[in-house]
Design a binder for this molecule. Sequence first.
Ligand code: ZN
Ligand code: ZN
Length: 185
Amino acid sequence: MLITHDTRCALDTVVDLVNTAPEDDTTDGLASIAALNDFVRAHQVSDVGTLSELDLSAVRRIRGRFASIFAAPDARASAVLINELVAAAGTTPRLTDHDGYDWHVHYFAPGASIADHLAADCGMALAFFVVAGEQERLRRCEAPDCRRAFVDLSRNRSRRYCDSRTCGNRLHVAAYRARRKEAAG
Ligand SMILES: [Zn+2]
Ligand SMILES: [Zn+2]
């Protein structure tokens, strides 16, 4: 499937958003407005104005909704969740070629809050995976104790683990040990 620059950005944003949620109730990556500001800067989310506590709680709420899309068992379940998310945000599709990028569509409405901005643009990016029959590429890491969200862009959709250093290393080591054991056995 064709993944444009903007879709790629939206995917990176939504994956990072979902992964700010604590897996073990220890540290929330979005615990403060300062953290939300850092997130906005890192992902170049434009036109969101000055962020407030309301923005913070709204973003945390949609983060939970995005998390359930990554955990959805099939395309139909994803579609229901994405429809709800995008409908609540409201969208104003418009063509833009800002910052030297080719023509592409922005979905967030002018003046949208950051939560609505993310819900509209990231929600639509995920919607196109469902349209393309690629919903199963939206995954959660299968490593024990991890479950981070990721998008599998491998040719044969074979990725099972996220690219965090911990998972990558741990699984390489496990595979290596298994091979050694087999060779020795
Ligand atoms: Zn854009
Ligand atoms: Zn992982």
